[in-house]
Design a protein around this ligand. Structure first.
Ligand code: AHR
Length: 333
């Protein structure tokens, strides 16, 4: 008895698929890649902090684009600045049995329980951008991102150098990032360390503006009011967005940012380069958000059984106003 036509052609179809899969597996084995790679896309769950700054927007775009290019399925969760949302997202990724979890933690502490849950489920965690503070460093496989303490030092060194040879006190106001966030804590530490080189330099006011432009303006307005009648020589902002907000406040107060008050910030986003080219910002210390490509590479390496380095530090520079116009067309974010 003859099998119906659809059945025969169905068998031939499955045989063909079977042979193609065997060839694919042989090719993967020759490349040293595991067999599951032939079967399905890798799934990466990424917990993003939010969209508080131009840096963060560029970081999210870099991760989405790199995942697409690498053929990795990305489950992207925006926590809207809330740690509880990030913890919920990590638990959802664990329930969905993703291959790898990447986390950019809004604050340093409070991650132990959920990271242990990921480990118990056999899902490796990669930290990107920011580090967590946990005694058990085996809770994550690698941390890739900037050296925030060094960024703070670079900002501080620039000011020390700028003020060299002067005699008077240098009064500084500081706009801090999100309370409890690694870049806020580290950039403060690095800056304070660097300005110790000249005892005339003093931080006279310091407050959080949550890495946001609107809050940067608001807090700077409050600083200007509180310091009315006294000279503010320099503003140190933990990111460009807060500096750009503060620049607006300085202008509205009838002062010249970059001249009457020196403006120092961190990130190196296009807006900062435009402000530098206009003479309103003096220096930005680069902090690259382009973490998508190295993250995708790490995901692939991990699943191919390679051991990742514990720490991957992003290479970055310092840009001053005199080079801003030349550098602006080259900026990617
Ligand atoms: O963690 C990186 C910092 O977070 C960037 O400096 C800032 O702009 C962002 O929001």
């Amino acid at each position: 008895m003859h099998a119906p036509f659809w059945h025969v052609s169905g068998q031939a179809f499955f045989f063909e698929i079977h042979m193609q899969r065997r060839h694919a597996l042989a090719a993967l084995a020759a490349l040293g890649l595991p067999a599951w790679a032939a079967d399905r896309k890798l799934v990466l769950g990424f917990s993003q902090i939010g969209a508080e700054s131009a840096w963060r927007t560029a970081n999210s775009a870099s991760i989405k684009q790199a995942a697409k290019e690498a053929g990795i399925e990305l489950k992207f969760a925006d926590a809207q600045q809330k740690q509880e949302n990030q913890i919920k997202a990590l638990r959802a990724f664990i329930a969905q049995k993703v291959d790898v979890i990447a986390l950019s933690p809004v604050v340093e502490t409070g991650w132990g329980t959920v990271l242990r849950e990921a480990r118990a489920a056999g899902i490796p965690v990669i930290l990107t951008d920011r580090l967590v503070k946990e005694a058990d460093e085996g809770l994550w496989v690698t941390f890739m991102g900037s050296d925030f303490v060094e960024e703070g030092r670079r900002a501080g060194r620039w000011l020390v150098d700028k003020m060299k040879g002067g005699k008077d006190e240098v009064r500084i106001v500081e706009l801090q990032g999100t309370v409890g966030a690694a870049p806020a804590l580290d950039r403060r530490q690095g800056f304070e360390e660097a300005i110790k080189a000249d005892p005339r330099l003093k931080i006279v006011r310091s407050q959080t503006a949550d890495f946001s432009r609107a809050k940067g303006k608001e807090v700077m307005e409050a600083f200007l009011k509180a310091e009315a009648g006294r000279k503010i020589h320099a503003l140190y902002a933990h990111n460009d967005d807060m500096a750009l907000g503060a620049i607006q406040a300085i202008e509205e107060a009838g002062l010249k940012p970059g001249v009457d008050i020196l403006v120092i910030s961190i990130d190196g986003v296009k807006g900062a380069f435009q402000a530098m080219a206009a003479g309103k910002l003096n220096v930005t210390v680069e902090c690259s958000p382009l973490l998508g490509p190295p993250l995708m590479q790490a995901v692939k390496d991990l699943k191919a059984g390679k051991t990742l380095p514990r720490r991957v530090v992003t290479e970055e520079g310092v840009f001053t106003a005199d080079v801003a116009a030349r550098e602006l067309p080259r900026r990617q974010y």
